[in-house]
Design a protein. Structure first.
Length: 154
């Protein structure tokens, strides 16, 4: 190990020790995270992500980046870049992993489906039965919502 690296570690010893004392109740799950330049943006985007996750709405990487850019503009951070690097760091900082929503996590909202069923006669009024189709008859799954809550943008 090079001398400058050792010096940096020794210099940060007090910071590391204070963080350990602060979070000593559960040492194995605590990480000392690198501070971000735009904590306000990250906090708002994280709250958005949590709300969507609570409702089982899958969130892709490009959607998170777009939301971050919008939040940054509203907060006056014109120099903020929602780059792929920012996205990866956001996921690491917040322990967001790539998992498939399936089973009960991806179940449909039955109450909402029943509500829509009651509205079908009003929506289809004025159309002949031969002109009414189900979406899967057209194979419109091409632009279907993603099944993963996070996906890296290309």
């Amino acid at each position: 190990m090079a001398q400058p690296s050792i010096s940096n570690i020794v210099k940060k010893r007090a910071v590391v020790e204070s963080e350990i004392k602060l979070h000593s109740s559960n040492l194995q799950s605590k990480k000392i995270c690198q501070k971000t330049k735009y904590p306000e943006v990250n906090q708002v985007v994280l709250e958005f992500f949590k709300k969507c996750s609570d409702k089982n709405i899958p969130i892709s990487g490009p959607l998170l980046q777009a939301k971050a850019k919008l939040v940054a503009e509203r907060l006056g951070f014109s120099e903020f870049q929602a780059s792929n690097g920012w996205l990866e760091s956001f996921h690491q900082r917040n322990c967001i992993n790539n998992k498939i929503l399936s089973g009960e996590a991806a179940d449909a909202n039955v109450g909402l489906a029943d509500q829509w069923k009651s509205q079908i006669p009003d929506i289809t009024a004025g159309f002949l039965p031969k002109d009414i189709f189900n979406c899967d008859e057209f194979a419109l799954f091409f632009r279907m919502m993603p099944t993963r809550p996070r996906a890296k943008s290309e």
